[in-house]
Design a protein. Sequence first.
Length: 197
Amino acid sequence: MAAAPREGVVTASVLGVPAPGVVVWRAVDAPPVDGVAVAGDLDDPERTLRPGDRLVLRVRRDRFRWEVVEVVDVVPTAGRAAGPRPRRPHAHPARPPGTVLIAWLPFTSEDDEGPGKHRPCVVLHSGDPGIIRARPLYDPGSAVARRAGGVPLRAWRAAGLGKPSVAVDPVEIPVARCEQTLGRLAPLDAAALGISR
């Protein structure tokens, strides 16, 4: 069986608006790759996209996420007038507690603008429209996980993760640094992290 493509053109549907100027999309014509749907986030600085809009996207997959290389075409939902999207009362309703997402985190908390990397995280809560409180996820053998102790996830595959992971101490992450949503914690892992549904 041939390997699924890691780049190409897909037709996608806008699923939601987790933050002002950002939409979540999912391909409607592509099979899952490595068991994960072809989906991701897309910057929408003009705030013109709404749930249900169809997009034609040129996409590429890196290690953790699908990246939009080019927006080829946009087909608005039938029956809606063009114009700016009204402001939402909450910045990220699509990322409730227990959501697993990719966020950019600096290597040290002392240097927020310094070097960092994209890392999976579990959302704890998001009361502030601009900030998400989350627990970063690390490989169980990493120095950070060994030092922090953390809580191992038992159903890590079900959460959209590609390898065993440990949730370490919580951090606050600007919404602008939160990227692709991978999935949701299973109830047993949510309970272990004190997340109620």
